[in-house]
Structure formats: C-alpha cells, structure tokens
Write a protein that binds this ligand. Structure first.
Ligand code: UDP
Length: 366
C-alpha cells in the first residue's frame, strides 16, 4: 500500500505587531519573520491576509491596513508597569477587526507581544496561535500569556529554548526556531576590513559595547538599523566622539545583505536575553561570522569556533579578542550552517505542522 500524505490548505489571518508599521524596522526581527512566513505559506497555497498598522508594506502579501496609535514597546517599560493603551489604539483596532471577521479564517495568528490578544483569547470562536517574539519583560503580560498556555495547550510558539526559559510556562511553548529566504542573501568570500552591527538602536542592544570594541581593536564599524531611541543614540555619539563607526541608516533586505556581506564579522551585543536575533542568520547566510555575547538566542545559533565566537556577556575586551581571531573562521561554513539550519522551507514546515495542530485541536473540541 502506498501511504499518501497531504495537508489541507489553511485560511490564516496574521495580526501583526502593534509597536510598528511593517517595513520600518520599528517592530524588530518579527517583521522579517512575518514577511518570510506569509510569502512561503501563500506560495504553498494557503490563504493569508496580514492585518497591520496603516502604512505597512509587504511585497507580494495582501495587507489590510488598520489605523490607530502604536503601542509603546514592552521592553522600554518597567517589569511591574500596568497595562497601557493610548487613545484610539491600533492594538485594539486590530483585534476588533480580527473579532468581527473571525469566521472567515481557520485560525488567527497573533504576532503582538502585548497583553490584549492573550486576554481576548477565550472570547474568540476561532483558535488563536500566539507567536511570542521576545523573552519575558513584564509581570502583567507574563500572567496573561501563562493563562493562555495553561488553558489552550499547544497554542503558544516561540523562537528558542532560552527565550522560553524566561517564562514560567516555558515548557508549554512550542520551539519554532527561525528561517529566512536564503536566495535573497549572497555569499561573499571577499570581505573588507570593517565589521558590522545590525539592529534596532535601543539600550537593550548595547551598541556602545560594539563601538568600544571597534575602537580598541582599531577596526571600522558599520552600523545599520532602525534608530528607535533618539536620546540613547545622542548619548552614544557624545560618549564616543572619535570612535571609528559610521551609521548607514535602516536598509531594505537586498541592500542590507550586500553591506553585511562585505564585512569581516557581525558583532551582537545584546544586554537582554535576545529571543533569537534574525540578524545572526542573515549574516551567516552571507558568509559572515558572528561574534556574540553568550546569552539568549545568539548562543543557540553560533557554533563557537566554527561559525563565529561566543564571548563573555557585557565584555568589550572579549569582543576585541574574538575580532583578532576572526580570520580562523571559514566563511563557507557560515553559509553552510544557514542552509542546514535556517532555510525558509524547513521553518515553514514547522509552522504548518503547528498551525494544523492548533486548528485540529479546536475542531476536536467542538
Ligand atoms: N534590519 C533591516 N535593515 C537594517 C537593519 C536591520 O531590515 O538596516 C532588520 C533585520 O533584517 C532584522 C531586524 O532588523 O530582521 C532586527 O531583528 P533581530 O531579530 O535581530 O532583533 P530584534 O529587533 O527583534 O530584537
């Protein structure tokens, strides 16, 4: 007998992050995750619509634009901060939209790292798959997420194990990893002297450590990413008037990969438990080794000594030492790791299996 396996196509409403307009970088790495997944799921024959703040753009993906004021990012608030919503909140408007159209979809996928979608889950008829894109930042949100993880087993997904471990309900999370469209990233075996730093310019990313290391190692540092915290950026410029760094702005993926490919290494200096760090796999895809603090997502990604170096957290001298050894890393091994572990088809397979399980579980409960 021949075993035939096929998967039914799903109708999926993605509800985007509410801290930023897609395409601006304000939402961080989850923007890239939404874009990659939506395109691949559509290519596989699923029906996907992304509800996102007005002005959002995703090439090749249908978007419904929802007006309203953006949320303040959770990581910029104190752990015991109360729940907050601005007047006319885009978060509330996104979930009003999802509620009023829910019967058109098999499942709703929540990408907002915020309290409201978790709180609303029991009030929806359709299943909600919650993708958590950061580690724990605050007690009120943790509580709402824990209740959903408990009451709706299997519906909460995360990037990494270390991210899951920041939550009390970590063992109930589905580890989904990440993936990117590798065809968009060119392997570059002829780097220049400069090193790169990519990401949102915000305190939890500790750009100042990378600048201090570049100054001590006397190598140029090229910085690209969303300028999220203007006061922090001004402080950095004041504190490092003579350091060899330049800011190249926030670039779209095609230009970003060309710039990072030219660099000898990527520095990742997160002060927090980085949930994943999409920039790490983007660099690896270009053949660029990653030097990262040994904590959070990057510590699960980098193969120490093979595709980069993991160094003592919060230690610029550790970064300097690793920069000095960077030519011992074979750049083709970096690209190979990206291909073996972070391909979009493999990532999307895990998502498809997860979403089918979420839908099946609700159907069997009816
Ligand atoms: N990024 C970009 N253009 C830039 C610099 C960064 O598009 O000039 C994107 C990058 O592709 C990545 C995101 O910014 O997807 C940063 O995400 P990451 O997961 O590294 O960190 P997060 O911001 O989520 O903490």
């Amino acid at each position: 007998m021949v075993a035939v396996s096929f998967k039914l196509s799903l109708r999926l409403l993605f509800v985007s992050t509410s801290v930023g307009v897609l395409g601006t970088g304000q939402g961080g790495g989850v923007e890239l995750t939404i874009a990659c997944l939506a395109r691949e799921l559509l290519r596989r024959g699923h029906d996907v619509l992304v509800a996102a703040p007005t002005g959002s753009r995703l090439d090749g993906v249908p978007i419904v634009e929802i007006p309203g004021r953006l949320q303040v990012p959770a990581q910029s608030q104190e752990r015991d901060a109360p729940i907050s919503l601005p007047p006319d909140p885009v978060l509330g408007n996104l979930w009003d939209y999802a509620r009023s159209r829910q019967d058109k979809w098999d499942a709703i996928v929540n990408f907002a790292f915020d309290w409201l979608p978790f709180y609303l889950t029991p009030f929806f008829r359709r299943p909600i798959a919650h993708f958590i894109s950061m580690g724990s930042t605050g007690d009120a949100l943790d509580g709402a997420m824990a209740r959903v993880a408990e009451r709706y087993p299997g519906t909460v997904g995360v990037y990494t194990r270390t991210q899951a471990a920041t939550f009390t309900f970590g063992d109930r999370c589905r580890i989904l990893g990440s993936g990117i469209d590798l065809a968009q990233y060119c392997f570059n075996d002829r780097p220049e002297a400069a090193i790169a730093w990519l990401g949102r310019i915000a305190p939890e990313k500790a750009l100042e450590d990378a600048i201090a290391a570049a100054r001590q190692a006397n190598v140029p540092l090229r910085v690209f990413g969303k300028l999220q915290d203007e006061a922090y950026w001004q402080r950095i410029q004041r504190d490092f008037p003579d350091a060899p760094f330049e800011y190249g702005g926030f670039l779209p993926t095609d230009r970003l990969q060309a710039e990072v490919g030219r660099c000898r290494a990527l520095l990742m200096t997160p002060r927090w438990v980085e949930a994943f760090g999409n920039v790490a796999i983007e660099a690896l895809a270009c053949g660029v080794p990653v030097i990262a603090y040994q904590r959070g997502g990057p510590a699960e990604i980098v193969c120490d000594g093979k595709t980069g170096f993991l160094v003592e957290p919060d230690s610029p001298p550790g970064l300097v030492d690793a920069i000095a050894r960077i030519d011992t890393i074979d750049r083709s091994a970096c690209r190979r790791q990206a291909e073996a572990e972070y391909s979009l088809p493999a990532f999307c397979d895990r998502w498809e299996t997860w979403l089918h399980a979420v839908v099946a579980c609700q159907q069997s409960a009816l």
